[in-house]
Write a protein of this length. Sequence first.
Length: 98
Amino acid sequence: MPDKVPVSIDKSDMKLRHRTFMVVDDFTLGRFQLMVRRKCLAEPLAPETAIYLMVHTQDPNKPLALCSASTTIASLFDQYKNAQNVLVFDVKGENVFG
């Protein structure tokens, strides 16, 4: 599909219903993060829990990158796609109030 990007979630410290997606390329990372939080988690998160999406890089010295929420999925795909042409993320949760 020309306007969609294959995305996969490799590791997560939360239970997910879905791990692979075809994401519209003009989605921002923040919008994708919201979609993961609302629709892909098997159990709802507490309001004080933030989720972080870290993209896999091809650099062995820096295997994960934390990108800006305003970055588009298409630009992340162009920069970080793997050998199988898939954009791969890890999802982490963190309590933001202590």
